[in-house]
Design a protein around this ligand. Sequence first.
Ligand code: NAI
Length: 266
Amino acid sequence: MSSKRTAVITGSASGMGAATAARLRADGWRVIGIDLDGAEISADLGTPHGRDTAIESVATLVDGSIDALVTWAGLGGFPGRAGSLVASVNYFGTIALLEGLRPFLANGTEPSAVAIASNSMTCMPGVPLEVTEACLAGDEAAARMAADASGSVTAYPATKLAITRWCRNQAPGLDWAGVGIRLNVLAPGAVETPLLAATKADPLLGPLFEGFPVPIGRNGSADELAGTVAFLLGPDARFLVGSVLVVDGGTEAQLRADDLPSPWNP
Ligand code: NAI
């Protein structure tokens, strides 16, 4: 059997998922990608059947264990896209993979998972919390209905907030930190990928996006975020558990300087 460490990466066919797959392979990992197409495993994470297929396919490719999971697969919010689709792919697709592959991580070596959120959850006004709450209740039908009502543009940050809250609740618990699996959240800002290109090209979102500040003076690159994931999966991050790493060139710091972190004054 190979001595390589094994990482499962969803959304590995494009953007930051593809950059992460390339980076980890260059670092000596065995990578099993999952995407609609163009990956080791083809599966639609927007459906329960696709999620089951993805998990069962991983099981056939490994010997009961994996060492890392990174859930890059996701859809942006666009005026012409149903909120329900974004809720199903972004939240339920992510959580199903985290839950379904957790037992494999538990058998891994220094195992670690990185869930992907977005700085939109703290930097976009008007997040519909009813979407977040329905997600966290595990009620996909209710989350889809609420997301359709809000529209995908605002449902998007609501799903990313739900991913983050799920991870913050789970990461310190017996199923994760308790068995030595480090679960952390990465929240990118504006990063040059096909998803961002589509946002910039949208007649409604494009002009709004141009007004979004990135204090460092440029957008991020997919390779930079792949580097952040490599760090989160590696030995220098051994003490990171339940952390939310915002990697956005300073956007959140500029927009929410005094709001976050939020002090505990019971
Ligand atoms: P991308 O569009 O280049 O890649 C996303 C990948 O997810 C694609 O390969 C796509 O096929 C896959 N995917 C979509 N729906 C799927 C489904 N139903 N089943 C399986 N795979 C599916 O996008 P990018 O920018 O690399 O985004 C990756 C993640 O990072 C997403 O979760 C996104 O929300 C998040 N993000 C992106 C930001 C950006 O500025 N690009 C900012 C913050 C977060």
